[in-house]
Design a protein around this ligand. Structure first.
Ligand code: ATP
Ligand code: MN
Length: 479
């Protein structure tokens, strides 16, 4: 029976009264044949298990290697040494699983690089960095549900397999059971999807928004939180082929309500982690500072991680229009010195270099940009009276770029169908979506927050592959 085990985190917070305790975990270090550092993932801190000299036979002693798993029973006493309040004075040690030190690919001593750790992603949770990152990721996921639950939003599970390819959010992965070598064909040679599993062509979802809107027009306020798939061949530090997205959708919200909710949501998530994962954030702050020491002065962050997070929750996000953003870029020293690689003029889809200039150099804080040209945005965004722009909003974050994309949705049937026609989106396929505009249409709005980008922002990690357990990226689906 294992359930008498006390978690290391709880042990470290206990008063040492000589009580008998059982601890289980993986060995992080073994010093002087006496002091075993044991970790069970509940915290980055280890519990020190002290074995009296002579208590273990030589054979057992040799088996206490890094990452061997052990069970220790003993008494919890005040620690004699520095660095910890309590320690376990062992009465028995049992090796649960050996770990051959010669073969073990994760040698903590040598400070393995993040790149190397990606190759052994099945073991990287056992490092302090990934321990902290994934406990913070967990806390963020929990806070997402807490936030919306407190506000009375209904959590919707929108489908992962979809037939709608009209949204245009990104390239899609096809879902099929047809044979690759000899698929059924129509007379004109095209593939006959009527014979496919669903009797039509289907894909993995790129966004749950359209289905989310259906639910919002009954429950008023809903959110989704699920995996999303984009077959975009962009090998960047910000894109995954499989990522998690949170998409709230609210009836009776306009674009300003939408911005308010998104800002409140982001701040709530950060505050939750600040309150519940202080230790991990302190570790990550130090990690980032150490990593940045290797960078030239002008590439380092002006604030430490915790300082940055505090700044974000204590200050209003900047709110500007797309037109103002373009003007700022055109007036910028960077533009005048021809530092931008891509063109700047009204109508462009801002590139990452432009977004980062705005948030990192100009405003030095998160920025909400609204009123984008309709040509660069999706068909469902509400058209503004100027005939040129739509009620879209992107939130740009320092170090990340776009973290949220959203809009007020076009609730007027005539305007919506007209825009769909202009963009060659077949109305027949989206008959169910258009029905919401036919039967009791309402002003409504919503946004999508990329969960991994949020985790990047809060952990100070710089590559999105390091904040999801097993990243899916072009040419990579190991584990
Ligand atoms: P980007 O311009 O960065 O590719 P996008 O405009 O394609 O983003 P949306 O379609 O608006 O993004 O998706 C909503 C949110 O989902 C984005 O703000 C971002 O946080 C996140 N996101 C989008 N694509 C990816 C991806 N490939 N990997 C991880 N997160 C993503
Ligand atoms: Mn994209």
């Amino acid at each position: 029976m294992f359930n008498k085990r006390v978690k290391v985190k709880d042990l470290l917070a206990s008063e040492p009264t000589g009580q008998e305790v059982t601890v289980m975990g993986w060995v992080r270090g073994f010093r002087n044949n006496q002091f075993i550092a044991v970790n069970d993932g509940s915290t980055n801190n280890n519990i020190q298990v002290v074995v009296e000299l002579g208590m273990l036979d030589e054979e057992t002693q040799k088996r206490i290697t890094q990452s061997a798993s052990i069970k220790a029973v003993g008494t919890l006493i005040a620690s004699q040494g520095k660095g910890q309040k309590v320690e376990v004075k062992a009465t028995s040690i049992e090796i649960l699983g050996d770990c051959d030190a010669e073969k073990y690919p994760l040698q903590l001593k040598n400070r393995p690089s993040l790149e190397y750790l990606r190759e052994i992603a099945h073991l990287r949770f056992r490092t302090n960095t990934f321990g902290a990152v994934f406990r913070v990721r967990h806390a963020l996921a929990f806070a997402v549900h807490k936030f919306f639950n407190e506000k009375g939003f209904v959590y919707m599970h929108t489908p992962i397999v979809t037939a709608s390819d009209a949204e245009g959010a990104g390239e899609m992965f096809r879902v099929t059971t047809l044979p690759f070598d000899n698929p059924p064909r129509n007379e004109d040679g095209t593939i006959n999807f009527k014979e496919d599993f669903f009797g039509r062509s289907t894909n993995l979802t790129v966004s749950g928004q359209l289905e989310g809107e259906l639910a919002a027009t009954a429950f008023s306020e809903i959110y989704t939180f699920g995996p999303t798939f984009r077959a975009e061949n962009s090998n960047t530090a910000r894109h995954l082929a499989e990522f998690w997205m949170i998409e709230p959708e609210m009836a009776f919200y306009d674009i300003e309500d939408n911005q308010n909710l998104a800002e409140e949501f982001i701040k709530y998530l950060i505050r939750h982690v600040m309150e519940h994962n202080r230790e991990d954030l302190e570790f990550l702050t130090q990690r980032l500072a150490e990593e940045e020491k290797q960078l030239p002065q002008d590439k380092r962050s002006e604030m430490g991680l915790i300082e940055k997070l505090e700044f974000v929750i204590n200050n209003d996000f900047e709110r500007i229009t797309y037109t103002e953003a373009i003007d700022i870029l055109l007036q910028s020293p960077a533009y005048k010195k021809k530092k931008f690689q891509y063109e700047v003029k009204w109508g462009i889809d801002m590139q990452s270099e432009h977004e980062r200039y705005l948030v990192e150099k100009h405003f030095k804080k998160p920025v909400i940009v609204t009123g984008y040209p309709k040509e660069i945005k999706a068909f469902y965004m509400r058209q503004n009276d100027d005939g040129k722009t739509v009620a879209a909003m992107d939130i740009l974050a320092p170090g990340i770029g776009e973290i949220v994309g959203g809009s007020q949705r076009e609730e007027r049937l005539d305007k919506l169908t007209q825009r769909m026609e202009e963009m060659h989106i077949p109305a027949e396929e989206l008959w169910w979506y258009l029905d919401t505009r036919r039967y009791g249409t309402v002003p409504h709005a919503g946004f999508g927050l990329g969960f991994e980008r949020m985790v990047l922002f809060v952990t100070g990690m710089t590559n999105i592959r390091d904040v999801i357990a097993f990243p899916r990226t072009p040419k990579n689906a190991e584990f």
